[in-house]
Write a new protein. Structure first.
Length: 162
């Protein structure tokens, strides 16, 4: 293709390219809150992953408004994991992103440290958005093992809705 053709076609393509990039970067919208039935299914899948790996976990499911919908703690889970699981779930829902993104921002230092000033956030892996029909219906948070293991179980739970 001649360079002249590409250069003369570029102005016509810019609006299309801009719309494509904007659509790819468009933030997810909040949807209706997750139902209790779906919350229980999500939690069950996450805890099944934890049991498979012999990890004791607490799981919290919040709705699209970051309100607690469902909570369960496996026997012998450390008590501190209760608040952490709820915090991870609320953080993911409130900030429209998995908590691993915030953990990575803090780990990068510099400007990433400003995440630590986000009031009552829990920037630790293990909080994952719950998406149905392309909208945020809630979030899941797990705590009890290493943060990567918490994240693994949270993703297993979130996969139920896909």
């Amino acid at each position: 293709m001649p360079l002249h053709f590409l250069l003369t076609s570029l102005p016509a393509l810019l609006p299309v390219l801009g719309a494509t990039v904007a659509a790819a970067q468009a933030p997810l919208a909040y949807g209706p809150p997750i139902s209790i039935e779906d919350a229980k299914r999500v939690a069950a899948a996450a805890l099944a992953e934890a049991r498979k790996n012999n990890w004791n976990m607490a799981v919290a499911i919040t709705d699209s408004g970051a309100n607690l919908v469902y909570f369960e703690k496996m026997d012998d889970t450390q008590l501190g994991s209760i608040e952490v699981a709820v915090g991870k779930s609320r953080t993911a829902a409130l900030f429209k992103r998995d908590t691993k993104v915030l953990q990575d921002a803090v780990a990068s230092g510099g400007e990433g440290l400003r995440v630590l000033r986000l009031g009552s956030s829990t920037p630790i892996e293990g909080g994952v958005l719950l998406i149905q029909h392309g909208r945020i219906v809630g979030a899941i948070g797990l705590s009890g093992a290493a943060s990567a293991q918490d994240g693994q179980c949270a993703k297993a739970g979130a996969a139920v809705l896909k």
